[in-house]
Design a protein around this ligand. Structure first.
Ligand code: G4P
Length: 536
């Protein structure tokens, strides 16, 4: 490549990367994640009426309708990310699985995001799952924007909610806009800095289309005339208080994870939604570089533009499509430009792989991706080459940081109800372990299977997927252990407490399952020659 062409390509990558907004929505179930995603599609012009994503989620919309819509509108969907344009930006919404409980997959997917939107239900405040997911964002220094949703329903006082975000999550919260009224009297939002007021009128379409909107300045006397007296008083009181006691906002502090900008609105009625998306595009970071380990033990930030193509696998999924019985490895492009059929180095196996069947959508058909840029997600058919956390690149010489592993907290014994199905059972369980749904443990004699996971939900997923994809019905017996640790030292001389169990993991390392912290301490005292290493 001549210098001139190389410079041109870098410029192309720089422009593309600066337009990317790759994010995930974190929330407790029912806070409004699906509704907000749907409104993003509505406001980006991707759909004319909202309701499609919800219908798709609930199975009311046939896949073919969805595909038709995609083709018509140029949305591209992988099972992992949805890409479309919004006011000059290229939006990649990462799909954090819609399970009703906490899941490791979501955590890994978050590593591929450059920012997150935290949706909070105004009546419920910060709920458990939101807290857990926020913690992951904090650990990974992912900047978080907060959208306080359902302001059209009776909820808690906005100042209370701000205080709760700060106290429960331990982050500064800075309100960018403030609600004008709430519940039935939720009439609009005011931008605190510009004092720009958006007053909405409910439309008959109940959120399927954009609401009627009047834009005014707060000092315009007609604003006061348009809202009930008590709403005006509350608003001026709150705004004054925020001026005195509120946290200042700075884009840098937000991007460094020190402060979360807070927005109020109602995803269902669209009040405050467009203003939020506009602010999101303006504030959220573009494709950021990722840290990688170097062979000499140092770490380096891999520049998205200067480093040629590199990516890492953050998710594996098998059997997404009954017509293509194979597995897909989802990768986040971290640097450079991806071209179809590219030959790259697979760092772990030190081999060359041709990325020949990249696709951006998995439903009935696959759409081939020709190019991708930092921040994008590509799906590559995996014939067993890729594992979660693998780095691939054309430059070599570094490895992206390993993905977080989680300490299992629930354990079970699983077996097929029909012993003749053993082969399918083994195959299925191994595949699901590869995808990271569960970890497999075996009894020391290798005859019994145990599974370990972070939450009970993974066992439900396991049961469901073994049945639907491998036609194996299983019995899952929960075990009374609550923690596990690798045994450091000779397993032969280890004297376990009577209520503990020694098993081995997929790499034949000895693992001890404990019923309580007390039991673990007891084991430690009884075995001074041994030690325990966390599996997380
Ligand atoms: P999730 O993906 O976070 O689980 O939540 P989802 O968007 O599916 O929303 C959960 C429920 O809350 C839905 O009602 C949805 O319509 C409602 N909802 C979301 N945002 C708002 C809002 O701003 N105001 C009000 N009033 N409701 C909101 P549902 O009855 O469970 O489902 P549906 O039949 O309406 O689809």
């Amino acid at each position: 490549m001549t210098d001139h062409v190389a410079t041109q390509v870098k410029q192309e990558i720089r422009t593309a990367a600066s337009k990317r907004r790759t994010f995930a929505i974190i929330s407790h179930p029912d806070a409004g994640k699906t509704t907000l995603t749907e409104k993003l599609l509505l406001y980006s012009g991707m759909v004319r009426t909202a309701g499609m994503v919800g219908a798709r989620k609930s199975g009311k919309l046939a896949t073919s309708d969805w595909m038709e819509m995609e083709q018509e509108r140029g949305i591209s969907i992988t099972a992992s990310a949805m890409q479309f344009g919004y006011k000059g930006a290229v939006i990649n919404v990462l799909d954090t699985p819609g399970h009703q409980d906490f899941c490791e997959d979501t955590y890994r997917t978050l590593t591929a995001a450059d920012s997150a939107i935290m949706v909070i239900d105004a009546a419920k405040g910060v709920e458990t799952q939101t807290r857990k997911l926020f913690e992951v964002c904090r650990l990974r220094q992912i900047p978080v924007l907060t959208f306080i949703n359902k302001m059209d329903l009776p909820g808690r006082a906005p100042l209370d909610l701000m205080a709760e975000v700060e106290e429960v999550l331990g982050i500064h919260a800075s309100a960018i806009n403030w609600p004008i009224g709430s519940g039935r009297d939720f009439l609009g939002v005011v931008n605190r800095e510009t004092r720009h007021v958006l007053l909405y009128t409910k439309t008959a379409s109940a959120g399927a289309a954009k609401p009627d909107l009047t834009e005014l300045l707060l000092d315009d006397p007609s604003v006061k005339r348009r809202v009930p007296d008590y709403v005006w008083e509350e608003l001026t009181h709150d705004l004054e208080l925020l001026e005195i006691a509120g946290n200042p906002f700075s884009k840098d502090e937000f991007q460094n994870g020190k402060v979360t900008p807070v927005f109020f609105g109602s995803a269902l009625t669209n009040f405050g939604v467009e203003a939020f998306f506009d602010a999101f595009v303006e504030l959220a970071p573009s494709a950021r570089g990722r840290f990688a380990d170097l062979p000499n033990g140092d770490e380096r930030l891999i520049d998205p533009v200067e480093t040629p193509f590199s990516a890492y696998v953050f998710k594996l999924q098998a059997n997404m499509n009954p017509r293509h019985r194979d597995s897909t490895a989802f990768m986040r492009v971290c640097s450079g430009k991806f071209d179809r059929d590219m030959v790259v180095t697979h760092h772990r196996t030190k081999s060359e792989v041709r990325l020949s069947r990249p696709h951006s959508m998995v439903a009935k058909d696959r759409h081939t991706v020709d190019v991708a840029y930092p921040g994008d997600v590509i799906g590559i058919i995996n014939t067993g080459v890729f594992q979660i956390g693998d780095t691939i690149s054309v430059a070599n010489g570094f490895n992206y940081k390993p993905l977080p592993q989680f300490q299992p907290e629930v354990f079970a014994r699983v077996r097929p109800t029909d012993t003749t199905m053993r082969k399918s059972f083994d195959k299925g369980i191994e595949q699901l372990a590869k995808e990271g749904t569960i970890q497999i443990l075996r009894s020391m004699d290798g005859l019994e299977f145990f599974v370990a996971a972070v939450g009970k939900l993974q066992f439900d997923v396991l049961e469901f997927r073994l049945q639907s994809e491998y036609r194996v019905k299983t019995i899952v017996d929960m075990l009374p252990y609550e923690s596990s640790a690798w045994l450091v030292g000779d397993v032969e001389t280890f004297k376990p407490p009577s209520d503990a169990l020694v098993v081995k993991d997929s790499q034949d390392r000895a693992v001890v399952l404990f019923r309580s912290a007390w039991s673990k301490n007891f084991a430690r005292e009884r075995n001074p020659q041994h030690d325990f290493k966390d599996m997380g």
